[in-house]
Design a protein around this ligand. Structure first.
Ligand code: ADP
Ligand code: MG
Length: 416
């Protein structure tokens, strides 16, 4: 980048160089495009199910699942918005309530959102869940209406709180006289069904729709459509678009990631005052997104996972680049002492190590020790610099990265 001598110059340049991005809004996560390529089948099927609302009948409950970025939220919102408009023009009493359960966080807040859709005011905290349910039923029956409740990312709520709320919701029609409720549950986790009580599962999945990951060609079409809206005409080469689709397809066919890459690449190109988004911009965007993802993942770890990660970090700092669980556990116990946490058992710590492996912060591989059997060797899979950066911004755990574990300093020649 060239030197920019004055703020004036910088601002001038910001005005002049808007030739890449035409409309940033269409690259936002919550933007629903008019066209959703390669989801015609799911749109049609879901549309068929909910169409019974127009005949004033309750529609079946639907259970939708697929990995992140496969278009579940977009398809559901797209179809329901169209349905709502149709219902209004035909004068069918019909309401929709959309809740993202992960963002809502608790059953109480999910129910409060559902109540809000009926203009029932619920205090921020304090009521018993049963009481909210009662108010909700009374209000709904007064409206004499059909209601579709969309519970997006329902897997997150059930994992944290169990399926009591779902159970109550699926039974609600039994106690309504003039209104009917239908549920649309959306899960990013394909194994979510295993967590549900069989009664809840069977009523929630009267219908099921699966969203498969996109392949590179499909992602290309999605990106191509969006590019036309987001960027000025000559800003993006076909090569860069291909690369972006291929990178996202290699991950797990996640359209959100592909669109993120496109947005970041556009911003990078614009900041450099480039005339085009190149392959290089796409690659840099990918790196930046991955970097941010890793930092986010580290920041959001539970305290014990942070202690485990810090233990591997300290071993690494002592040049023990790949450690066995026992070594990590020793350091971990000291760090627990230091931070006044009660140490978990080695077995639990071993489980935390596997989780850290899955999110890509640690790497563990099983090595054969000949006649001594097999053992697991664990190392950091992100740079030590990155770990120390994140920890140094963490009030509670800042002290850990400067610590010298006794078990490492006392025993000479312990290094691997
Ligand atoms: P999910 O809910 O399955 O995680 P989303 O519906 O949020 O995925 O989709 C992720 C992003 O990708 C959104 O910005 C959405 O607009 C876009 N997207 C997904 N599928 C398509 C598609 N078939 N056509 C256009 N955009 C899509
Ligand atoms: Mg979603």
């Amino acid at each position: 980048m060239q030197n920019i001598s004055t703020l004036d110059e910088l601002f001038e340049r910001a005005i002049k160089t808007t030739r890449i991005i035409k409309n940033k809004n269409v690259l936002r996560h919550d933007y629903i495009p008019e066209k959703l390529p390669h989801r015609e089948e799911q749109i049609h099927y879901f549309g068929e199910i909910v169409a019974s609302v127009l005949k004033k009948d309750r529609c079946s409950n639907v259970f939708i699942y697929g990995k992140t970025g496969t278009g579940k939220t977009a398809v559901v919102k797209y179809v329901l918005t169209k349905l709502f408009d149709k219902a209004q023009s035909f004068g069918v009493p019909f309401k929709i309530c959309y809740v993202n359960c992960r963002l809502a966080g608790t059953e109480y807040r999910v129910l409060a959102s559902v109540c809000n859709a009926l203009n029932v005011k619920v205090p921020f905290t304090g009521l018993a869940v049963g009481e909210i349910f009662d108010r909700f039923k009374v209000a709904l029956d007064l409206h004499a209406s059909l209601l579709i409740v969309v519970l997006d990312e329902i897997d997150e709520l059930v994992k944290a709180r169990g399926d009591m709320l779902l159970y109550e919701l699926t039974r609600m029609n039994e106690s309504l006289s003039w209104s009917k409720v239908s549920l649309v549950g959306i899960s990013n986790d394909l194994r979510f069904k295993e967590l549900l009580d069989p009664r809840v599962l069977s009523s929630l999945s009267e219908e099921e729709i699966v969203f498969r990951p996109y392949n590179a060609a499909e992602l290309y079409d999605i990106l191509f459509e969006r590019c036309g809206l987001a960027f000025f005409e000559p800003a993006l080469s076909q090569g860069a678009l291909n690369l972006c689709a291929a990178l996202a397809a290699a991950e797990h066919g996640d359209a959100r990631r592909a669109l993120d890459m496109l947005r970041v690449a556009g911003e990078l190109a614009e900041r450099e005052a480039a005339v085009k988004i190149t392959d290089e911009h796409i690659r840099n965007a990918e790196r930046r997104i991955e970097h941010d993802r890793v930092i986010d993942a580290m920041k959001n770890l539970t305290p014990h996972s942070k202690l485990v990660l810090a233990s591997v970090y300290l071993l690494n700092k002592e040049n023990i680049n790949s450690a066995i669980t026992g070594d990590i556990y020793e350091v971990y116990q000291e760090l627990c002492e230091l931070t006044a946490y009660t140490a978990l058992t080695q077995r639990r710590v071993s489980g935390l190590i596997s989780e850290l492996d899955i999110i890509g912060l640690l790497n563990s591989r099983v090595v054969s020790m000949g006649r001594y059997g097999r053992t697991k060797k664990i190392r950091l899979s992100v740079s030590r610099g990155l770990v120390s950066k994140v920890f140094s911004e963490d009030e509670a755990f800042r002290c850990l990265i400067e610590y010298s574990p006794r078990c490492l300093t006392n025993v000479g020649g312990h290094k691997a």
